[in-house]
Write a protein that binds this ligand. Structure first.
Ligand SMILES: Cc1cc2nc3c(=O)[nH]c(=O)nc-3n(C[C@H](O)[C@H](O)[C@H](O)COP(=O)(O)OP(=O)(O)OC[C@H]3O[C@@H](n4cnc5c(N)ncnc54)[C@H](O)[C@@H]3O)c2cc1C
Length: 383
């Protein structure tokens, strides 16, 4: 087995590293989950797009470089190592876009993808509702046929919509056939949020950021051309999105490799006689981040050979989300009394810790992932 990168891939890595060294904002941008931070992050996204680094693995016609999945992983490693800004476009480019490549019509692809990659349109995920989270098939928001206008009238409410307070568009699941079996009567719709009949209300997060939102629909409209994957076929389309969310694209190893590296640098600042138990935890976390990298290489090998990620992506989701919590817990333990600082160079550890706590919840809770692993990977009985 050859685990090294090719000379062309190493050249690509050097190019990416050079560009990021010259362009990553310093000082870092404010959080992209605040109104001002989101605006600044969109400027950064535009810069990435103009340099054709926003979506390297996409076809050139949509702003990409036709890069292989290996090159995409290299890009991600370099991106996070350089301390580059969070991707406020992530729910579009990493969740919706793979689904549009799979299910979208050529017209939808041309209308949506390049504007998504440049940040001109920003997409949020409208799935969860006050009475439907883990039980996604329990959604109650409806889309009722409007023959006169050639589309669908939306009513209901979505919640926990990440950066929904700032986004221009939403991809959502709506019930289109109330009489069908729960999983059969849903449709995946692509909604323009800037229209009468939609109210977006921000919800403040634990750390004070205000990008989370509730979205209310009161006879809002979606044309037929914005149905993704067919009427009443929404469940299958949504499952493709969750594959991306749990599996490869949302949380690449680069993110955790970079955090592990920063953790080592933090530990090195401590006196040599600091707790050996803490040092062991740092080493173990670094090993875990490396293990995730190698596991991802195995997944990518399977994908490029024509396989699919399958229900194993639930194992990946549990692993990265729990690793993220561990990495940040160790950092706070290393920092001791400094862990509570909310300003200055060290404050990102506390903010990162607060966000890491949500990892076992979003993208499908880890309890649900463990159910999937038990039933679909290990073949255990449902009860
Ligand atoms: C930071 C963050 C960002 C998010 N962003 C978005 C977004 O952009 N768009 C969006 O649509 N949603 C988003 N969500 C919502 C997220 O998808 C839901 O919170 C999640 O699916 C859980 O649903 P719930 O909150 O309704 O909890 P519930 O489904 O009510 O679950 C409550 C508890 O019961 C457990 N549980 C439920 N059913 C089972 C079962 N069958 N077996 C075992 N345990 C079970 C759960 O694991 C959980 O611990 C986000 C959430 C967070 C925290």
């Amino acid at each position: 087995m050859d685990l090294s990168f090719t000379p062309a891939e190493e050249t690509f890595r050097a190019e990416v590293r050079g560009w990021l060294a010259a362009n990553v904002p310093n000082p870092p941008l404010p959080s992209g989950d605040t109104a001002e931070g989101f605006r600044l992050h969109l400027e950064w996204e535009r810069k990435l797009f103009d340099a054709r680094y926003a979506v390297v693995s996409w076809p050139a016609e949509f702003g990409g470089r036709n890069a292989s999945l290996w090159e995409w992983l290299i890009f991600e490693e370099e991106y996070w190592l350089a301390g580059a800004p969070q991707r406020v476009t992530q729910n579009g480019i990493f969740l919706l876009a793979p689904t549009i490549f799979e299910f979208g019509t050529p017209e939808q692809q041309h209308l949506i993808l390049a504007k998504m990659a440049s940040g001109e349109h920003s997409w949020c995920q409208g799935w969860s509702e006050p009475n439907a989270g883990s039980d996604l098939a329990g959604i109650g928001s409806t889309a009722v046929r409007d023959d006169e206008r050639g589309g669908w009238r939306l009513n209901g409410q979505k919640t926990w919509t990440t950066r929904g307070a700032f986004c221009t568009h939403l991809f959502g699941l709506f019930r289109t056939d109330p009489n069908a079996e729960r999983h059969a009567g849903m449709t995946y719709l692509l909604v323009d949020l800037d229209q009468p009949g939609i109210i977006v209300r921000g919800v403040e997060r634990l750390d004070g950021d205000e990008g989370f939102a509730e979205v209310f629909f009161d006879d809002a409209f979606v044309p037929d051309s914005m149905v993704l994957g067919g009427v009443n076929k929404g469940w299958n389309v949504a499952m493709a999105t969750t594959g991306s969310e749990r599996g490869l694209t949302l949380r690449s190893p680069g993110r955790f490799l970079a955090t592990a590296q920063k953790l080592i640098e933090l530990a090195q600042q401590l006196p040599a006689d600091a707790s050996p138990e803490l040092h062991d935890r740092v080493v173990q976390a670094w090993i875990d981040a490396q293990a995730y990298r190698w596991q991802t290489f195995a997944t990518v090998t399977k994908l490029v050979e024509g396989g699919t990620a399958g229900p194993e992506s639930s194992m990946v989701k549990v692993f990265w989300s729990e690793l993220d919590v561990r990495l940040h817990e160790i950092a706070l333990d290393l920092l001791g009394p400094h862990a509570e600082l909310v300003d200055g160079d060290l404050a990102h550890w506390l903010k990162g810790y607060q966000f890491s706590l949500s990892g076992p919840i979003y993208a499908g809770t880890n309890e649900i992932q463990r159910n999937v692993i038990g039933e679909r990977v290990l073949g255990l009985p449902r009860k």
